[in-house]
Design a protein around this ligand. Structure first.
Ligand SMILES: *Cc1c(COP(=O)(O)O)cnc(C)c1O
Length: 349
């Protein structure tokens, strides 16, 4: 093995979906968000595992992702597109039976003209100001739109990772105000909203990150393990430097392992000289700069010579690494590089 080895536990993904599903009532459907190649983990394998666990509705960001997902899942599961009906997507939406979440008057016009009778949903802006129809345009068009039988009315929370943030309640109130009295299924919550309780659940939830073991779902099962193979080990004398810009200088004689994996593999340069990797249960500090393809690690304290060191696993989650890098678990996962050898495991047995 010369490239990093990324192991994705599909049983853990399925268990996380079931655990999130169990947090809402029997009458609340739990979908699965698999945009960005299932947060970097491989949409075909992940989506099939989720379908086997019971997921029947999937969300992706754009129609092209919907096409890849349809190929993986076959006919049957409902595939919705957050970006809605964009110009050029009509054939894909029609032929693959994708359900666009319409975001604007332009998209409504395009959809009703190009594909009358084709299923659609509507996305409302309740304050995030990113996607969705504004309250004023919705008020004007709402009766017309509802007469066309939307599959879903949805909105998205801006601050659901902070349950006590006032924005959550404001958006909830706005969503109620905009959808009151309509006989259309509604959805407001992603992972964070599910954890905020039944007021936020409505008819359908849309978890993403929680399925993949990420915060704010803190009781999620770990999904990814990333092992980086050791290329070379050397002894460095006191006063010698390691790596680019001499960014680490030995104070004592030090054993340094060089592993394959670097910022081209999604391991942020920001973890230089800060993060640790693990040999079984033992943390080993990263020494100096992360380079494009290589990372240097202090292994002086290990009794054996390691063949590989673990960047992500039971002792260090994507969120832990994100903390060191000054980012979020979502970004760590979606940056995981194309060079890793990927293995799909069922359970950790
Ligand atoms: C990404 C996304 C989700 C999933 O969010 P998580 O925080 O990953 O659970 C749900 N809805 C919308 C509109 C999204 O963009």
């Amino acid at each position: 093995m010369s490239t990093g080895r990324l192991t994705i536990d599909l049983d853990a993904v399925a268990a996380n979906w079931r655990a999130l599903d169990a947090k809402t009532g029997q009458d609340v459907q739990t979908a699965a968000v698999v945009k960005a190649d299932a947060y970097g983990l491989g949409v075909a394998k992940v989506a099939r595992a989720l379908a086997a666990a019971g997921a029947r509705r999937f969300f992706v960001a754009v129609a092209e992702e919907g096409a890849a997902l349809r190929e993986a899942l076959g006919p049957g599961p409902e595939i919705s597109i957050f970006a809605g009906h964009m110009s050029g997507d009509t054939d894909m939406i029609h032929d693959l039976g994708l359900v666009p979440m319409l975001n604007s008057v332009d998209q409504l016009t395009r959809h009703f003209e190009a594909l009358p009778g084709h299923p659609f949903g509507v996305q409302l802006d309740t304050g995030m100001n990113r996607l969705g129809m504004e309250p004023a345009e919705w008020a004007t068009l709402r009766d017309l739109i509802v007469s066309q039988n939307p599959r879903l009315i949805m909105s998205h929370l801006a601050c659901a990772d902070e349950p006590t943030h006032l924005m959550n309640r404001q958006q909830l109130d706005m969503f109620h105000e905009m959808t009151e009295g309509l006989d259309v299924p509604r959805s407001l919550s992603a992972t964070g909203g599910i954890l905020m309780g039944a007021d936020y659940h409505f008819d359908l939830t849309r978890p993403g990150i929680g399925l993949y073991g990420g915060l704010p779902f803190d009781s999620a099962e770990a999904v990814v393990t990333l092992d980086l193979p050791v290329v070379q080990i050397r002894d460095v004398a006191a006063g010698e430097s390691v790596g680019y810009s001499n960014a680490w200088i030995a104070e004592h004689p030090t054993r340094v392992a060089t592993v394959n994996g670097g910022y081209a593999d999604g391991l942020a340069r920001a973890i230089s000289n800060h993060a640790v990797v693990f040999h079984q249960d033992t943390p080993c500090p990263i020494l100096g700069r992360v380079s494009m393809d290589l990372i240097t690690v202090d292994v002086s304290h290990l009794k054996e010579t390691p063949k590989a060191l673990t960047m992500l696993g039971d002792h260090q989650s994507p969120d832990d690494l994100a903390d060191v890098a000054g980012t979020i678990g979502y970004e760590v996962l979606t940056q995981l590089g194309a060079r890793y050898a990927r293995y799909y495991a069922r359970g950790r047995g």
